[in-house]
Ligand binder design. Sequence first.
Ligand SMILES: [Zn+2]
Length: 215
Amino acid sequence: MTVTQVDLSSLYDSNIYFVDGGRKTLLVDTGTGFSPEPSIGSIRKLLNGRKLDYLVLTHRHFDHVGGMARIIKEFSPGKVMAGERDAQPLRDGDSEATMGTAFGGRIERTAVEGLKDGDVIDLGGMVLRVIETPGHTVGSICLYDEEGKALFTGDLFFMNGVGNTTDSTGDAETLKASLRKLSGYDIIGLYPGHGPYLVRDGYQQLRGAMRMMGA
Ligand SMILES: [Zn+2]
């Protein structure tokens, strides 16, 4: 599968990744949606007339999900999914719990399917596996490409950094446990929710994050 970073339009936007599995397509996160172009144009170009099969949200935070309504309207993804415990506030349209209010935006009630540990998203031959990695938020997930050994981390950890635990559902000990859980995975590519991504040596970043947190 190939991963392309979608163009962002605001400093506050999370990264948005377009994943092309050959037969099926998937988008990871949406940014704030405050100024939807050039992201929408970039996604349209990457789809190149094909359908968007899946939209997966790594967690509930507005900088990752605020653009959801516009992307759904524009591309009608077959399924919108998030870790079960972060899917709920999105279904509820809860602008407080999703930090919409803090960002000066709001979340509409949205049909979001809940994902759990071990779930597999089939991209038509190649698969992404769901790993529950709470700590930054209670329903945070990572996605792992077993064949390409690439990991999408949301706000769990980044290049030279670890996600905060300031969310009301966040917890540092839980985050440490999530980092330890990932240490069993062979991680080459690393696609975090903010900042640059890596196409090799992702595992070293996990080790760095674990050192930073004393995990
Ligand atoms: Zn976050």
